[in-house]
Design a protein around this ligand. Sequence first.
Ligand code: AMP
Ligand code: MG
Length: 351
Amino acid sequence: MNMKALFSAAVLLALLSPCRSLVHAAEFPVIRWEGRTMGSPYTVQIVGTNLTSEQVDALKAEVEQQLKEVNRQMSHYQPDSELSQFNRAAAGKPFKVSPEFAHVVRFSLEMARRSDGAFDPTLAPVVNLWGFGEKTEQRAVPPEAELKAALAVTGWKHLSVTPDDELIKDIPGLTINLSAVAKGFGVDEMIKVLRGHGLTNVYASIAGEVRALGCNPRGTKWQVGISAPVAHWRENDPMAAVASLSNQALSTSGDYQKFFTDAQGRRLSHIIDPRTGWPIQNNIGGVSTVASDNMTADALATTLFVMGPVEGMKFVESWTNAAALFIVRAGEDQFQHLPSSRFSAMTGFNP
Ligand code: AMP
Ligand code: MG
């Protein structure tokens, strides 16, 4: 049976949007599943449909196939991904990639241009050197000469994309790392699959990248928690804030999950200043962004973390369809919440 026919019943029910039926006391039925992709957990929730277990299995297989496809294109863990092949390729020669990969690179280069290089998709050698890339077992301050050598083969201006979806590096050794944007794109691809079946009340996430459509099982907007960037962060710690989302994406970048502490007690995290090659050290613990798609929210959150609360706040205000909440350290596990002007209106956040 073809998948479209398979989901016709689901479509019909989903069209009767639960958001408009708040008189219901009971919760709407919800289908949930979890899995792993890109080294992280992912989740899906679908509300208000009566899919059979076979239909759910088919949908899950389709979502996972889509995620596999993103990994085949953009994973830096997979030696045979398009990205890994491009990373090994010679300079000066156009390298044909899939339209999706080209799209994410184009977007990343646009973010790099707009942020004056705060966002840089070519930091792979530096990220790897600090132990935040493929090999994560050795995290230490690298020797200065090695850092200099790694930095010399970075720079978004050395990367371009042709209208025919070909990537070109103009210096040997230039390599791509899309860790700051690919999870968000992956969530958008999951949503595309779900929406393609007419499902309108859904939630999809990969690690801290979340996108939600329509309503949750209670018939209201989806409630997504934002962690407090405490020194000894644990998965189920109390939330610093809650964002109410519908047809929006939320992304968080922070220094409280992937970091190590050096001999001087400095917290050195995975977000790198492209100018120095050093982990960013400003007073932001975490920054959460909201946008209509998750690729934008993801890249923007990383960019704002690099820019810091002052420059970052100015930058996000220049995006008319995005907003951010900066959580700034004001002492040991003490925080100041700095929302951009549109954040409360877009998320219901109450400062
Ligand atoms: P995120 O968790 O989305 O903020 O992405 C952080 C990841 O992106 C890091 O683990 C690095 O692999 C990579 N990265 C680090 N610094 C930058 C940067 N300035 N621009 C783009 N990607 C970065
Ligand atoms: Mg990001």
